[in-house]
Design a protein around this ligand. Structure first.
Ligand SMILES: [Mn+2]
Length: 332
């Protein structure tokens, strides 16, 4: 049973709330956090949502996104801290740890398989398709009003993590939640367009380069692309334009695993950002765990330091072995 009563008591007991999510937040992280923030504010509480990585374009249509903070003053204390759609560990959390550690009570709500119950109140359920599904169920259980703006935020979370209700994690419950959210005023078609179809002109051009450079390996079961800094420079864009490219690789007929690698050079030295999509049985999450990352069985990511050509070679060599190895099945 989800800890609804504990969460209800925490909301009643506390006045100030800190909310954050995972680094590089997606529509699920942002939609969940914005809906929760609005629910707490509508209940007369003070709630701050911090995301040091800002907000991607695909979520900038959501009401309240412009009030997401990059940080709070050093030493500022909150009664209660929430971490959503994230395991709550320092490398994964999109904020400094201090506001979380200083809080009198900490709540973790997540659907990632690798999360552990390390907070005061933990609601971890890897069978939920999205954290937004959990926030929706929480608001219903606590009889908190869901406004049209909150409904659109929650729909964004559901849409993001289910591929707008196309991925195998789409459940009857998520479709029922979606139907209810539309009744409550969610703008379903705007959400689908913003999350999956709209691209900037430069990200469209980058997609062209990435597809042109894509490689097929292992009898077409592995499709990958590697986007170098000079590719980004030739278009005059950055990594924010590489969103979703990996899904185009995954769509190739016969592909079982797709990898999109992007070269980055910044203060932390040369490294690569890596997105992986795979058949669920190929456990993209465990593949990325090997390289210090994580995610879901069919969609995961990681980061690797080092010169780009070396990283690409290392990742692809391992991926080719990975496709032929047995992997733990997902327990249900
Ligand atoms: Mn999620």
């Amino acid at each position: 049973m989800p800890p609804f009563d504990l969460i209800r008591a925490a909301i009643e007991r506390h006045k100030t709330f800190y909310i954050t999510t995972h680094v590089g937040p997606d529509g699920d992280a942002i939609g969940s956090a914005l809906a929760l923030q609005m629910a707490l504010q509508n209940a007369g509480k003070r709630a701050v949502y911090v995301s040091r990585d800002g907000v991607p374009h695909s979520s900038r249509f959501l009401a309240g996104h412009e009030r997401i903070e990059l940080d709070v003053p050093i030493g500022q204390k909150f009664d209660c801290a929430w971490v959503l759609d994230c395991d709550g560990t320092a490398p994964r959390v999109a904020s400094r740890m201090e506001p979380i550690e200083l809080a009198r009570e900490r709540i973790l709500i997540d659907h990632h398989r690798t999360s552990l119950p390390t907070f005061d109140i933990n609601w971890l359920d890897p069978n939920k398709p999205a954290t937004a599904q959990m926030i929706y169920e929480l608001l219903i259980a606590l009889e908190m009003k869901i406004t049209p703006a909150m409904a659109t935020a929650l729909m964004t979370g559901l849409s993001c993590d289910t591929g707008h209700f196309r991925f195998p994690n789409t459940t009857p419950d998520s479709l029922r939640a979606a139907a209810h959210l539309i009744e409550l005023g969610a703008d379903n078609s705007l959400v689908a367009f913003k999350q999956f179809d709209e691209r900037s002109f430069s990200s469209n051009k980058l997609l062209g380069v990435a597809m042109q450079k894509s490689q097929s390996e292992h009898d077409g079961e592995l499709i990958y692309t590697a986007i170098a800094v000079r590719d980004f420079q030739s278009i005059g864009t950055g990594d924010e334009s590489s969103e979703n490219i990996v899904n185009f690789l995954r769509n190739v007929r016969g592909a079982r695993m797709a990898i999109c690698m992007r070269e980055r050079r910044d203060e932390s030295g040369p490294h690569a950002r890596i997105s992986v999509r795979s058949e669920e049985g190929l456990r993209a999450d465990l593949f990325c765990n090997e390289f210090g990352g994580g995610g879901h069985a069919a969609a995961a990511g990681c980061r690797q330091s080092g010169e780009f050509e070396m990283v690409v070679e290392k990742i692809i060599k391992r991926a080719k072995q990975w496709i032929d190895e047995p992997h733990p099945r997902i327990a249900n």
